[in-house]
Design a protein around this ligand. Structure first.
Ligand SMILES: NC(=O)c1ccc[n+]([C@@H]2O[C@H](COP(=O)([O-])OP(=O)(O)OC[C@H]3O[C@@H](n4cnc5c(N)ncnc54)[C@H](O)[C@@H]3O)[C@@H](O)[C@H]2O)c1
Ligand SMILES: [Zn+2]
Length: 447
């Protein structure tokens, strides 16, 4: 047994062990003891301490997730191998995957509406690449975002049977489809790799970038889920061309969130080119739209990068101080009341509009900045006020947040354009007078 260290001030004694592979077996070796260059050392540690009742082993095992978010064009062109091999680490590994004699196998879940539009192309893609595939087209709507739907996917996946190590499950659809399939894959054989192909703007810039999966449960959004990222996300803007205009606005609300929190240029792009982006449905036809078409790439890239910067260091959301929560403090309660009449991004925008008034009332943004932000929202065809967002609802939502965020309100607020800070002491007086001004100025925009 290794040396015992006495921790001062406690009766507990702790020994720290590395884990070293000797021949085929992992073996404990006391920390700092000699390891041969031929031995591999795990980054995991075991801490062994003696307690009053016996021994306590504490395992500390760093788990690293690595996933790719890849822009591509013509993802469904049979010559584009991204969908089949883009998740593999390097060209060598992609080659290896093509070597086996048996054809590749892929289980694909597609949103039913997406399948109606892109079904023939999807089938043709896998046929042309000689893939043994099964496509499950499902009505992955918010009302169906349930464990039942996840189980249905799991039953089909189980009977099709895939090699968990080399045959990732593919999800093609909006945020609902990606979230359900992600959860099903995370449950299957404890963690089967999966790939996300977002087909709405909201899922393109938001749901596809992070690690969260989930389904609704007990009348609460995303109450069941896991923090398991996909092995890869493939971003192809051409899917957005068939998305209804209102759903494009919906996605732009989440882009605006990132702009207001941390990127003035992104805000100015949305302010200046918002209408063009809506009209063009993020299709960059430079012959028709000229230099404006650059705003398509620049704005989506900035939205994704700013989102990745916030998510990567906090993949499991342990840090409660999150700028990405802007617009998401009151909106969960508001959303449960207003769904399905309003969409997620629309409800988020109503809260963001109110919070801009809180910032203004707190002296954090000028009147001109406030007017520019609201003007931008209106230009993006997003709602900026709703009668259901009452002072009672605001206060009860903030009370609820206090319970789940370590006793602090942690309210992200803009402090100028494209900059934000997190506040804990906004007074009730400020919240009330901001609400009055917000209602006086914007209730004419009621939806
Ligand atoms: N995991 C995350 O980090 C995360 C982040 C944000 C949102 N979400 C989740 O995402 C969901 C919202 O996503 P959404 O807005 O994409 O909704 P959605 O998946 O319901 O899609 C919206 C509608 O568009 C249709 N559609 C999808 N792609 C289309 C296309 N290319 N052409 C035509 N129609 C198309 C769908 O059938 C659906 O009717 C919510 O459930 C939310 O909880 C998850
Ligand atoms: Zn959101």
């Amino acid at each position: 047994m290794g040396k015992v260290h006495l921790l001062t001030g406690t009766k507990e004694t702790t020994t720290e062990y590395n884990l070293v592979r000797v021949n085929s077996a992992w073996t404990r070796k006391e920390k700092h003891s000699h390891t041969a260059s031929t031995e591999s050392v795990s980054p995991a540690m075991i801490y062994e301490s003696l307690t009053d009742t016996g021994t306590c082993w504490t395992v500390v095992t760093p788990i690293i997730f690595s996933y790719k978010v890849i822009e591509t064009h013509a993802l469904l062109d049979p010559c584009n191998s991204t969908l089949l091999t883009g998740h593999t680490q390097g060209p060598q590994q992609a080659d290896n995957m093509r070597i086996p004699k048996k054809p590749m196998k892929r289980f694909v879940v597609v949103d039913q509406e997406v399948y109606q539009i892109y079904g023939p192309e999807i089938n043709k893609y896998f046929e042309a690449n000689n893939v043994n595939f099964k496509i499950l087209a499902l009505p992955t709507t918010e009302e169906n975002k349930s464990m039942e739907m996840a189980l249905k996917i799991l039953e089909e996946l189980n009977s099709f049977s895939i090699d968990r190590r080399t045959e990732p499950v593919i999800a093609i659809g909006g945020g609902v489809c990606l979230d359900i399939v992600g959860l099903a894959a995370s449950l299957y054989r404890r963690r089967t790799p999966y790939i996300r192909v977002p087909t709405t703007l909201l899922s393109y810039i938001d749901a596809s970038v992070g690690a969260k999966t989930g389904v609704n449960f007990a009348n609460c959004k995303n109450k069941l889920g896991a923090y398991i990222p996909p092995v890869a996300t493939y971003l192809d803007l051409s899917f957005i061309k068939s998305v209804p205009r209102r759903h494009i606005s919906n996605g732009m609300a989440e882009m605006l969130k990132m702009a207001l929190m941390k990127h003035k240029e992104l805000f100015e792009l949305l302010e200046k080119h918002g209408q063009h982006l809506l009209e063009s449905k993020f299709q960059s036809d430079s012959e028709v739209f000229g230099p404006c078409s650059q705003s398509v790439f620049r704005s989506t890239r900035l939205a994704i990068v700013t989102m990745l910067e916030e998510l990567a260091p906090n993949l499991w959301e342990d840090d409660l101080n999150r700028l990405v929560d802007f617009g998401h403090l009151i909106s969960p309660a508001l959303e449960m009341r207003l769904l399905p009449a309003l969409l997620h991004g629309e409800v988020v925008n109503i809260e963001m509009a109110y919070m801009v008034y809180v910032s203004w009332e707190s002296g954090l943004v000028t009147e001109e900045e406030k007017n520019r932000i609201i003007g931008c929202m209106v230009g993006l065809e997003l709602p900026v006020w709703h009668q259901a967002c009452t002072m009672d609802m605001i206060q009860s939502s903030l009370q609820e947040r206090l319970k789940h965020s370590g006793g602090l309100i942690r309210m992200p607020l803009p402090v100028g354009l494209g900059k934000a800070e997190i506040f804990n002491n906004t007074s009730t007086d400020v919240l009330i007078s901001a609400h009055e001004k917000w209602s006086n100025e914007l209730s004419t925009h009621a939806v």
